[in-house]
Design a binder for this molecule. Structure first.
Ligand code: B16
Ligand code: MG
Length: 217
């Protein structure tokens, strides 16, 4: 078995669920009477559900009771789930399955490291759940990214020290979490936004052949 392992973020790396989060958050903002744009939605990427609501309410300068917030979080997730339940394998982002094939061929294990509490459902919907050697998601952690907890639990599942783990992330908070964990961070998306990453690629299709060989001891 390989001396290195990989941890994949979910939204923005394996699938694009940000568009469904956007629909549900926008609907919520409409009901509360303020505008929520796609640019605003960028601020919620990689951030936990509870923190996302805080950011959204801040944007709308709306103050709510804890009870109302809990109510809203439930209805937002119900709407989000209605979109997720229609997902299928066509929504796997370009290059993701090929990358998993490469890792399988090299004998490199991979786990999921996502902030989402719906990660298992999403992976099942797109038919990738069975391929991962472990799932660490929003249900497994007490501290959200940029805290490194999600990735450190991933390293335990891979049975590897953090320095032997490579993290694929699309969000600033996730790259920061990987760096704090002393893992190799690979930013997927805009290079300027993810400039703290050790490596940058626009998408998983750009990972060169032989990328992993330099890490194998
Ligand atoms: P849920 P990731 C994150 O997924 C999303 O990027 C973020 O926008 C969302 O708020 C968070 O999951 C929580 O999702 O409401 O499903 O628990 O990028 O960490 O895979
Ligand atoms: Mg993400």
């Amino acid at each position: 078995m390989s001396t290195i392992g990989v941890i994949f973020d979910l939204d923005g790396v394996i699938v694009d669920t940000a568009k469904y989060h956007y629909l549900a958050w926008k609907n919520l903002a409409d009901n509360l009477g303020f505008e929520f744009t796609e640019a605003h939605n960028e601020l919620l990427k990689g951030v936990s559900r509870v923190t996302s609501l805080e950011i959204l309410l801040d944007i709308g300068k709306v103050q709510l009771t804890e009870e109302k917030k809990q109510e809203i979080l439930i209805s937002k997730n119900e709407e989000y789930l209605s979109y997720i339940k229609k997902m299928n394998a066509d929504e796997i982002l370009p290059g993701a399955e090929q990358l998993l094939d490469t890792l399988d061929a090299l004998g490199i294990k991979y786990v999921l490291g996502s902030a989402s509490k719906n990660a298992e459902l999403i992976l099942n919907q797109v038919g990738l759940y069975h391929r991962f050697h472990g799932i660490v998601d929003g249900n497994s952690v007490s501290k959200a990214k940029p805290d490194p907890e999600v990735f450190l639990i991933g390293a335990v599942k891979l049975n590897l020290p953090p320095k032997n783990c490579i993290v694929f992330e699309d969000a600033i908070a996730g790259v920061e979490a990987a760096n704090v964990a002393h893992m190799t961070s690979v930013g997927i998306g805009d290079k300027n936004t993810l400039q703290e990453a050790d490596f940058n690629f626009n998408s998983l299709t750009e990972i060169p052949e032989g990328f992993f060989s330099k890490f194998i001891i």
